[in-house]
Design a protein around this ligand. Structure first.
Ligand SMILES: Nc1ncnc2c1ncn2[C@@H]1O[C@H](COP(=O)(O)OP(=O)(O)OP(=O)(O)O)[C@@H](O)[C@H]1O
Ligand SMILES: [Mg+2]
Length: 416
């Protein structure tokens, strides 16, 4: 009998222990490292809930991967533990976690909270169809049926505000005026401070009774976080000396983001596994970093709007033709040809210059202003991504089929 094509892969000793998901962002470790201070700070505010009082509202800020979600989920578990051991009159604390990236409408958030207090399935608030006012009225009526403290965590609250405005937050921050028995407090989490500018000043001040900032991790802290996770994820002796330090150093230097550091280690491990090696070494980490970066570029390019793709393609063609000092005019003349061939509307040079600036902000190209002679200034545009791979991604777009494989002679124009 012929051997299974998978046999050679199954024969390799796995470097992962059974559960490789411990390196994924959704996994929350038993103990969060280097966040004691923040956990204590939030716990001291939430402690009033356990006494039956309303805790202050809290706004948590911090860049991505700084442990905000992990911390509030951890606190939710701890509150549950505490309420399970407290005497009855103080017992009823409900901790409701909502990810506003998933539930991002006013109706959705109110429905989600309301339904936690409706046990009879037939009485549940339907996913659509009621007026928001009706949903809100049911919500406060149900919450107020018995004395309790409700802590609502709105993770990624900025997305919710950008998408749906602040009406719901307005209602939720003043719900305590309407409640007789129950008390509600809010924890908002965001990595973007700007969204508070969109809030009604009353909502802003109520929501941010307390502000807590989560700073990025430094290299030593990331090392501890990685080591803790590696012990659960890998068999002993699988990680070569220096691997954890390198992952930590790379991420500390760039963002101090624990999620990215863990991703780097996971991808390095997968590369080692795929090349049938039994140990992860520094070389795998370097390859993993390149792979993750390239995947990000590919995703960014793949999801560009069509006109931006045409502009990027024009810049790539210029570069392929050896023009390493393209100016807006050069790009525009190539762009016009491509847009015509692809039967797309031709934008003005001014608009194309705007799209070039957007590509620059995304880090796909670099557009630097150069001055020369008597106050003359122009932008010099160069590509910041790998030519071949980027072109391949662009050419996968069916709308760019007519310009696939195109080679143009670009002329250098002088623009003053
Ligand atoms: N202090 C820590 N100890 C152990 N693991 C951590 C710690 N902080 C973060 N992590 C891990 O890093 C990953 C990202 O953390 P988390 O999701 O909490 O970040 P975040 O601040 O919510 O980021 P975002 O703003 O992108 O939502 C998770 O896998 C989490 O378990
Ligand atoms: Mg989060």
């Amino acid at each position: 009998m012929q051997e299974s094509i998978f046999k050679e892969y199954l024969d390799i000793k796995s470097i992962f222990k059974k559960n490789r998901d411990v390196l994924r962002p959704s996994y929350i470790p038993e103990k969060l490292l280097h966040r004691d201070e923040h956990i204590d700070q939030i716990a001291s505010i939430l402690a009033s809930a356990l006494r039956g009082d309303q805790p202050s509202n809290i706004l948590i800020f911090g860049k991505t991967g700084t442990g905000k979600t992990a911390t509030v989920k951890y606190l939710g578990k701890e509150i549950k533990k505490a309420t399970d051991t407290l005497p009855t009159p103080l017992k009823d604390v409900r901790y409701i976690y909502i990810n506003c990236e998933i539930v991002d409408t006013q109706y959705g958030v109110l429905q989600n909270i309301g339904n936690r207090f409706i046990e009879d399935f037939n009485e549940r608030i339907p996913p659509t169809g009621w007026s928001t006012e009706r949903v809100y009225n049911i919500l406060w009526e149900k919450i107020d049926q018995s004395p309790k403290v409700v802590v609502v965590v709105l993770d990624e609250i900025d997305r919710f505000v950008y998408k749906s405005g602040d009406d719901t937050l307005y209602h939720l921050t003043k719900i305590n005026d309407d409640l007789k028995n129950a008390k509600v407090s809010l924890i908002g989490i965001s990595n973007d401070l700007k969204f508070t500018e969109l809030l009604d000043p009353r909502v802003r001040s109520r929501l941010s009774d307390e502000k807590i900032v989560f700073p990025p991790y430094d290299a030593d802290q990331l090392k501890d976080i990685l080591r803790q996770r590696a012990e659960i994820a890998f068999e002993d002796g699988v990680i070569e000396e220096g691997v954890i330090s390198l992952c930590a150093a790379v991420e500390a230097h760039e963002h101090g983001d624990a999620r990215r550091a863990l991703d780097l280690l996971r991808v390095a491990a997968e590369l080692a596994e795929r090349s049938k090696e039994e140990q992860i070494n520094e070389n795998h980490v370097i390859r993993a970093k390149n792979k993750i970066e390239l995947d990000c570029v590919i995703e960014a390019v793949r999801t560009l709007p069509i006109q931006s793709k045409l502009v990027l393609m024009s810049i790539l063609i210029g570069e392929e033709n050896g023009n390493h000092k393209q100016m807006t005019g050069d790009v525009y003349s190539t762009y016009r040809t491509l847009a015509r061939k692809a039967s797309k509307g031709i934008l003005t040079q001014r608009r194309v210059a705007d799209l070039i600036s957007e590509l620059d902000m995304m880090g796909l190209v670099s557009a630097r202003v150069k001055s020369f002679g008597r106050g003359g200034r122009t932008k010099v545009i160069t590509v910041s991504v790998p030519l071949l791979e980027t072109r391949q991604v662009l050419e996968k777009d069916p709308m760019l089929e007519p310009v696939k494989g195109i080679k143009l002679k670009t002329q250098s124009t002088l623009e003053l």
